[in-house]
Design a protein around this ligand. Structure first.
Ligand code: G3H
Length: 483
C-alpha cells in the first residue's frame, strides 16, 4: 500500500500457455524493495523481538493463539481471491488450488491445537537436587521464511505459522511465482499482528537476502526450496553456529514395483505420484523401478493412462496437465528427454515435447540407465524415467548412493517380500509408503528427509519444537518457594 518505488510486473504463465495470443497477460505487480528497505524490515523484526510494543515474544500462548485465530478468520474471507491467484500465478488446477487453501487453514488449526498441548506438557516445574526449575519453550529470534512456487501459500505457511506462534518475529519473502497471492492477506497481517512481528519483503531475492544473512541477525532460516539456495544462504551468515536451519529441499523419490503388485492401483498411484501438478512436487515419484516380468505390462498400462490425461487451463474441469510457471522449464525437460534418447532410451507414450507456450506433454522414458541425466537429476516436471530390475538390491542401492533421502513407495502383494524391504529403505529415507504414492500429508505426520533433502522436521507438532528452544528458570529450593 502507498508504494511509489519501482514495481515488478507479473505476467501469468497461463498467457504463455498459448502461442496464439501475442499480448502479455498482465495480472498484477508488486513492489521491488531496495536493500535499504529490506534492512528496515530486518530492523523492525529485531526491534519487535527485543523490545517491541506488544512484546510478541513475551505474550502468553493463549494471547498468541487469539491473534492467530483472528488472522485465520480474516484469511478465510479472502479465500476466493487467493485461490484465483494460485491458478493464475502458478497454473495450479482449480481443485488443487482450493485444496491448498483449505489445507492451510486446517494446518493453522492443527498447529494451534498442538501448541495448547505443548504448553500444557512442555512448560512445567521440576525439582532435582534441591533446585526448582521451570522449563519453558522460548522463541529463537528473527526467522527468515522463504517458500516455493509449487505451494506458495501452504508450504510457506508451514514455516511462518509455527515460527510466529512460538513467539519469533518473521521476515517473509514470498516466492517469485506466488507473490501476488499475498496481497489479499496484507491487511489482515497488518491489522492483527503488532508492528514488526511479520514483515513481508517483495523483490529480487538475490539482491535483498544476502545482506540480511550477512548481518548475522537472522536466527532461523526456514526455507522450502533447493539445496543450492540453502547452501548459498548458509554461507552468507557470519556465525553459522548461531543460525538454525529448517529446510525442505529436493528429492528423487523412487517407486519400486514388485511382481504381483495390483497394477490397477499401482498405475493410478503412479499417475498421481508422478504427475500431480505436472510433477512439480518435492514428494513426486521421480524414478520408477519395475520388476522385469511385469515391466512391459506396467509400461503399456501406464502409457495408456497417461495419454488419457486432459491438458488445459487450470480453471477447466477435469484438467490435469497445466502450464508451468518457470521460464525455461520446458526447454530443460526437453534436454533431459533428448539426452536419454541419445543414450538409448525410448519415449513410451506420445509425449516429451513442448506443446505450446509453457505446456509440456508428459513423457515416459524406458529403459533408463545411470549414464542418463534423468537417472540422477531432480526433474521436477512431467518426465518419468523407468528401469526394469531383476535383483531387489538394485533400487535399494540406488537410494544408498543417491544425494537425496526423502521417501520411497513400494508396490507389492506379498507381505513378507514388502516387509523385508522396509528396514533397509527406512535407513535411507524418512518415509516408506506401501501401495501408495509418496506425499507430505497428513500434516500431523513427520515430514523430513536425509542428505540433501531436508534439515529439521516439519510436522504440525515437530515444527513447534524446531522454531523454539527449551529454556530453564532455576531457583534454589527454599521453604517458601517449595510451596
Ligand atoms: O513440494 C513438496 C511438497 O512438500 C509436496 O507436498 O506431497 O502434499 O504434494 P504434497
Amino acid at each position: 500500500r502507498n508504494w511509489d518505488g519501482p514495481r515488478q510486473e507479473v505476467l501469468s504463465p497461463v498467457w504463455v500457455a498459448t502461442d496464439k495470443d501475442p499480448s502479455p497477460f498482465f495480472i498484477g505487480e508488486y513492489p521491488l524493495l531496495t536493500q535499504a528497505e529490506s534492512q528496515q524490515a530486518l530492523d523492525a523484526a529485531v526491534a519487535a523481538y527485543n523490545h517491541g510494543r506488544g512484546f510478541w515474544p513475551t505474550l502468553s500462548v493463549s494471547q498468541r493463539i487469539e491473534h492467530m485465530e483472528t488472522f485465520t478468520f480474516r484469511m478465510m474471507e479472502e479465500k476466493d481471491r487467493v485461490v484465483r491467484f494460485l491458478m493464475w500465478e502458478v497454473g495450479k488446477p482449480l481443485q488443487d488450488s482450493i485444496k491448498e487453501f483449505d489445507r492451510t487453514i486446517q494446518y493453522i488449526k492443527e498447529t494451534l491445537a498442538a501448541l495448547k498441548d505443548l504448553d500444557r506438557t512442555g512448560s512445567r516445574f521440576t525439582i532435582e537436587e534441591k533446585i526448582i526449575g521451570q522449563i519453558r519453550r522460548a522463541p529463537l529470534g528473527v526467522v527468515l521464511c522463504m517458500g516455493p512456487f509449487n505451494y506458495p501459500l501452504n508450504e510457506t505457511f508451514t514455516t511462518l505459522i509455527p515460527a510466529l506462534v512460538m513467539g519469533n518475529t518473521v521476515i517473509l519473502k514470498p516466492p517469485k511465482h506466488g507473490a501476488l497471492l499475498y496481497a489479499p492477506l496484507l491487511n489482515a497481517f497488518c491489522d492483527v499482528f503488532p508492528k514488526g512481528v511479520i514483515n513481508i519483503i517483495y523483490g529480487q531475492g538475490r539482491e535483498m537476502i544476502p545482506p540480511l544473512m550477512a548481518s548475522g541477525q537472522i536466527n532461523v532460516l526456514g526455507l522450502i526450496g533447493t539445496s543450492r539456495t540453502a547452501n548459498e544462504l548458509k554461507k552468507q551468515h557470519p556465525y553459522p553456529n548461531r543460525l538454525r536451519c529448517v529446510l525442505g529441499l529436493e528429492a528423487k523419490n523412487p517407486a519400486i514395483i514388485l511382481n504381483g503388485a495390483d497394477l490397477d492401483l499401482t498405475v493410478k498411484e503412479c499417475i498421481l505420484g508422478c504427475l500431480s501438478f505436472n510433477g512439480q512436487r518435492c514428494t513426486a515419484l521421480k524414478i520408477l523401478f519395475v520388476e522385469q516380468p511385469i515391466a512391459q505390462e506396467f509400461l503399456d498400462r501406464f502409457a495408456a493412462a497417461m495419454n488419457e490425461l486432459v491438458v488445459g487451463m487450470p480453471w477447466k474441469e477435469g484438467v490435469f496437465v497445466t502450464p508451468m510457471p518457470e521460464k525455461g522449464k520446458a526447454d530443460y525437460l526437453r534436454a533431459l528427454v533428448s539426452d536419454a534418447v541419445e543414450k538409448g532410451a525410448g519415449i513410451v507414450n506420445n509425449g516429451g515435447a513442448r506443446v505450446c507456450g509453457s505446456f509440456f506433454s508428459p513423457a515416459i522414458l524406458y529403459p533408463v540407465t545411470h549414464k542418463m541425466r534423468v537417472f540422477h537429476e531432480e526433474q521436477f516436471g512431467p518426465v518419468i524415467p523407468v528401469l526394469a530390475f531383476t535383483d531387489i538390491k538394485d533400487p535399494i542401492e540406488y537410494m544408498i548412493h543417491s544425494n537425496y533421502g526423502q521417501q520411497v513407495s513400494i508396490f507389492g502383494n506379498d507381505p513378507d517380500q514388502v516387509a523385508e524391504m522396509i528396514d533397509p529403505l527406512v535407513n535411507q529415507v524418512c518415509r516408506v509408503n506401501i501401495n501408495c504414492q509418496c506425499q507430505r500429508g497428513p500434516d500431523t505426520f513427520p515430514f523430513t528427509g536425509r542428505k540433501d533433502s531436508a534439515e529439521g522436521t516439519l510436522s504440525v507438532s515437530d515444527a513447534l519444537r524446531v522454531f523454539s528452544i527449551r529454556t530453564l528458570v532455576a531457583a534454589k529450593e527454599t521453604d517458601q518457594n517449595k510451596k
